[in-house]
Design a protein around this ligand. Structure first.
Ligand code: 5AD
Ligand code: FES
Length: 332
């Protein structure tokens, strides 16, 4: 276990980065093996009531073309992805109030009939709502803390409450979900100390999955004149997360590939063991513009599956043929 000061020192010193990435890669291999898990990502609505300062889908952005994929189509995208071999689906959306508990429960039950694992990433809900989804069959839940600095959190998330977000994570955990969180790297005003604290938070909350990505500033948000996050710093935060939680699932994030053309492969060689290709059609992908220049927005599902599978195999890794539950979760 690293101390906060040790994490800070590693983050501040770039002379040993290669050693850090190698160490994370070695721990990844020892604890979760060479299999890479593909998750079929369904971004089913870009309608969002929130105002996160960094996010292109924030409610005040009137320039986005909003869309919502309705129940039957969500289910058919999931069926398609299952037919393509995906063993886990991830349902992600903005905080769209159309999708009531009743509607979500129906969707969850239908998708679970496909024999796949199901992850939800649909934001802050009440304990009872999380429980209803769990009872309907949802297996995993992703909700990034984004930053553990409460002041920075407040600045970035108007009308949101840091403590509510933490409570969501504890509710999700207590309901028996595989619990995923994560952070953004490069928020304006974020310090190396903040990032060290984020890493310690993942340990404290005992996360089963952690997603880390660099900030990519969106021109239609209040952060439009700020700098992007640094790819290598995000990679270091990810590698350190592998070191302190060696048996969790860590995705090579799309944001990493957006900042570096080989970002996902570099991440897979520096601690990551999951990739989440989009399985909806390009009609929707381009509208789910959390940040600009997102990869794969013109591709169709089969293209992404072939592309990423070939890349994964080219570095000597295999594509998992199982649901890829977090080993960390299973060992509790
Ligand atoms: N740049 C990078 N990542 C972003 N996210 C939202 N907006 C941006 C952005 N501009 C991330 C958040 C969220 C996840 C779905 O996408 O961390 O949790
Ligand atoms: Fe989508 Fe490569 S993963 S085209």
């Amino acid at each position: 276990m690293l101390t906060k000061q040790e994490i800070i020192d590693i983050l501040k010193d770039d002379t040993n980065n290669e050693k850090l990435f190698l160490k994370a890669d070695k721990l990844r291999q020892e604890h979760v093996g060479d299999e890479v898990h593909l998750r079929g990502l369904i971004e089913f609505s870009n309608i969002c009531k929130c105002q996160c300062k960094y996010c292109g889908l924030r409610a005040p952005n009137k320039e986005v073309t909003r869309y919502r994929i309705y129940e039957d189509d969500i289910i058919s995208y999931a069926r398609n992805a299952a037919d393509m071999g995906y063993k886990t689906m991830v349902l992600q959306s903005g905080e769209d109030e159309y999708f009531t508990v009743e509607k979500m429960v129906k969707i969850i039950k239908e998708i679970k009939k496909l024999g796949v694992a199901l992850t939800l990433s649909i934001g802050e809900k009440s304990y009872d709502e999380y429980k209803a989804y769990k009872d309907a069959g949802a297996d995993r839940y992703l909700i990034r803390i984004e930053t553990t600095n409460p002041d920075l959190y407040a600045k970035m998330h108007p009308n949101m409450d840091f403590n509510k977000r933490i409570k969501c994570l504890y509710d999700i955990k207590s309901l028996g979900y595989e619990t995923g969180t994560g952070c953004l790297v490069g928020l304006p005003g974020q310090t190396i100390e903040d990032l060290a604290q984020d890493i310690l938070f993942f340990k404290e909350i005992d996360a089963d999955m952690v997603g880390i990505g660099p900030l990519i500033t969106h021109p239609q948000t209040p952060l439009k004149d700020e700098n992007n996050g640094d790819f290598w710093l995000a990679l270091k935060v990810m590698a350190l997360t592998r070191i302190i939680l060696p048996d969790i699932n860590i995705p090579a994030t799309t944001a990493m590939e957006t900042l570096n053309p080989n970002g996902r492969i570099i991440a897979l060689k520096s601690g990551a063991n999951v990739v989440m290709p989009n399985v909806t059609s390009s009609e929707y992908r381009k509208k789910y513009e959390i940040y600009p220049n997102k990869i794969c927005i013109h591709e169709e599902p089969d293209k992404c599956q072939n592309c990423i599978s070939a890349k994964i195999k080219s570095i000597g890794r295999t594509i998992a043929d199982n649901q890829g539950q977090s080993k960390h979760f299973l060992s509790k």
